[in-house]
Design a protein around this ligand. Sequence first.
Ligand SMILES: Cc1cc2nc3c(=O)[nH]c(=O)nc-3n(C[C@H](O)[C@H](O)[C@H](O)COP(=O)(O)OP(=O)(O)OC[C@H]3O[C@@H](n4cnc5c(N)ncnc54)[C@H](O)[C@@H]3O)c2cc1C
Length: 402
Amino acid sequence: MDQGINRIVIVGAGQAGTTVAFGLRKAGFHGDITVVGEEAHLPYERPQLSKEMLQQERPALRPMKAHADYEGQKIQLNLGRRVVDTDANERRVLLDDGRAIDFDRLVIATGVKPRQLPDSLHDPVRVRYLRTVDDADHLRADLEAGKSIAIVGGGVIGLEVAMAARAMGCTVTLIEAADRLMSRSVDEVVSRYLDQAHRANGVDIRYGVQAIDLLSDGTLKLSDGSIVPAESVLVGIGVTPNVGGFAHLGITDAAGVRVDPCGQTAIAGIFATGDIASQPHGTGFGRVETWANAQDHAINLVRNVLGESAPYESPVWFWSDQGHINLQVVGNATQGTRVIRGDEHGDSFSVFRLDEQNRVTGCTSVNAPKDMAVARRWVKLGTQVDMNRLADTAAPLRNSAL
Ligand SMILES: Cc1cc2nc3c(=O)[nH]c(=O)nc-3n(C[C@H](O)[C@H](O)[C@H](O)COP(=O)(O)OP(=O)(O)OC[C@H]3O[C@@H](n4cnc5c(N)ncnc54)[C@H](O)[C@@H]3O)c2cc1C
């Protein structure tokens, strides 16, 4: 370990930042660790916000660690505070309360924030976003009140909320500008399955339209002129990176804070991890907005912050729970030759994607976690498979590997 490192500052008290902080102690780092986080709550993992926290029986928020854990590990938490500026030469961050904190190593783990609707649709009472525990509390109150919900965006957040809202008896309209659900991340076959499942659950889905006017009678006007019930509007149309405080350093790109395979920015000693990191991705760079990346990239980063050069490499993997549907996606699940294993009209199947050499490059599983466990290994290893055996559910999946 580099003994010249005495003070490590982590900006962003979310999943990745917290993982780095505790990881540093686990790796034997004895110097100062300071975490600065804008939210007042103890750091927590966000998947619970659109799942457990919107269920009828609301469990308490589960923080990642208790106060005593931070004290025990001598990790100094500054919650409810934001970093507003960074001096890379002086190695110092400035907080919104005027305090400055010096660092030898800086880890940027500030995540992303929801992309907003245009100003013409601004309404702090009716329009909801879902990123924080406070957002989840507001949305939950609307669901409990039985308000009609218009969901803008047919991605993971929108679909998970649609299930929760229907379970609480709300009228739900889902508005998607594209022509299918989760179009950026899943196969068309899976989009069709999701469409049918959510329609069967009572969701009114409108494709190829946008919200254009929030009417005072509790409705929403769409771009095709139709009017839908919308006492509450949940917006899930993507995110933008939290680069405030770092934007002037010359280390950002359109996606976030640009890093090399080791999580290192263009400035020595300044790193980024989690959603904010614009990582090497295919032939370019991009954010990986998943729980697994916030954990595994952060764990790997610890070694690099302490002086190693350990590149991070892992296929993208995420899951989404939508009522009875467990969806999992690994790798590039929208390109390549499609092989379906199982009945795409049933409630459990997987869609594999193969390259020209029949190597598995991606997979989406619907209520088929065992398939996914194998697919994750295959995508990582670039395993070649026999297409016919892959599609044959009578034969064990692992027998498809060549
Ligand atoms: C509702 C919801 C459900 C999800 N469900 C799933 C799922 O099922 N599966 C899955 O794989 N992924 C899921 N995700 C994605 C996953 O939660 C994220 O990828 C993960 O939280 C990223 O962690 P992070 O630490 O990078 O960012 P975050 O957890 O967002 O933490 C960043 C923190 O930095 C703070 N911050 C920002 N700017 C500053 C600043 N200047 N100074 C100080 N603090 C700052 C922010 O307030 C925030 O608290 C979900 C996300 C959401 C919102």
